[in-house]
Design a protein around this ligand. Structure first.
Ligand code: ATP
Ligand code: MG
Length: 319
């Protein structure tokens, strides 16, 4: 079976990346049902399992190095599998090193500020992986598809002109550039589900009692704007895939493949950061040796040797 190797991941991920400056058309340019030839569903699951182990190792190193941070923006139509992708890809990593934030309709406090304010507040700490389940890209997607949302935003009326989307792309690109200069790595994932597959998944949420809780009538009304969303996504991909914060379009009709691909994109980002456990200086190592003697000797605290400590171990540590 295929094994996870950094060079292989890098090549696989490169195929999903949107070249900066490319003019994207949807659905023409990206096939939502595409998978890697020769990789079956069960193989995709097995490779993801291996990839998750690597991810956990790299995340531990990212936390130990504690200077770079990773931000993953996840965007998609409803029922494309955002939640499942996050759950599977992050299943093996230390929860203390991952922050997941879901962004819903902005609050009145949010609307009292500039549109990036609420996202800035939720950026991951250095050493962490932050996942935005929906992100500031909603500001050029749902807000563009529904002009009344823009009407409700408290920006001066004369700034709500037709040039607003191009300005927002520039502002987002600039902000992401700034964050990159600050040591953040930003990856943006579009889970690209087809209209037919979305219909089937929404119908399953109605038909399957255990999935009823996931069904939202709003998803059906939003689906009426499918073409407008596709156009808005195409424009976003064309204008905001940059060398410092590229977009990845992941075919999402096949869930195991989509999860594998999302995991690969995040792993590739970590591999490129190549975080290391900090090395310890000779002086610090000497201090460790003293501390070890004190712990095992017990003279400083009056305590006896811990159970199971052999005299030979004690002697060798003191030498
Ligand atoms: P799930 O349905 O799996 O819980 P979800 O992300 O679809 O996840 P919902 O509560 O169903 O969550 O929907 C959130 C809604 O908030 C979406 O319709 C989204 O477009 C909207 N939203 C998110 N950000 C903004 C924004 N900045 N301005 C306006 N609407 C937004
Ligand atoms: Mg929803």
């Amino acid at each position: 079976m295929a094994r996870v190797r950094p060079g292989r991941i890098s090549r696989f991920v490169a195929e999903l990346r949107v070249e900066p400056g490319r003019k994207v058309r949807l659905p023409r340019d990206f096939d939502p049902s595409k998978t890697t030839r020769g990789v079956s569903r069960s193989e995709a699951k097995a490779i993801l399992g291996q990839g998750i182990e690597y991810l956990a190792e790299y995340q531990a190193r990212l936390a130990a190095q504690d200077d770079y941070g990773v931000l993953v923006c996840l965007q998609a139509m409803d029922a494309a599998g955002k939640d499942g992708a996050i759950r599977h890809v992050m299943s093996g990593v230390n929860p203390q090193g991952v922050e997941v934030h879901s962004f819903k309709v902005p609050s009145s406090e949010d609307l009292d500020h500039d549109y990036l304010w609420r996202y800035q507040k939720r950026l991951p700490e250095r050493g962490h992986i932050g996942i935005f389940n929906r992100s500031y890209y909603e500001e050029v997607l749902v807000v563009r598809v529904h002009p009344q949302i823009l009407e409700g935003q408290k920006i001066p009326a004369k700034l709500k002109d037709r040039g607003i989307w191009k300005r927002r792309y520039r502002e987002i690109n600039d902000w992401e550039h700034y964050l990159t200069d600050q040591g953040y790595r930003i990856v943006k994932i579009f889970l690209n589900v087809s209209k037919d597959e979305q219909r089937d998944r929404l119908v399953t949420r109605i038909d399957d009692a255990e999935r009823n809780w996931k069904f939202s009538a709003a998803d059906v009304t939003e689906r009426r704007h499918w073409d407008a969303y596709q156009a808005a996504f195409a424009d976003v991909l064309s204008n905001t895939s940059t060398p410092w914060a590229p977009w990845y379009v992941i075919p999402a009709d096949n869930k195991p493949f989509a999860r594998l691909a999302a995991g690969a994109v995040i792993l590739d980002t970590l591999v490129k950061i190549d975080p290391r456990y900090p090395s310890v200086s000779a002086a610090a190592r000497a201090a460790f040796a003293d501390a070890r003697v004190e712990l095992l000797d017990g003279s400083a605290t009056g305590s006896s040797l811990p159970r199971g400590t052999k005299r030979s171990r004690r002697r060798s540590s003191a030498s």
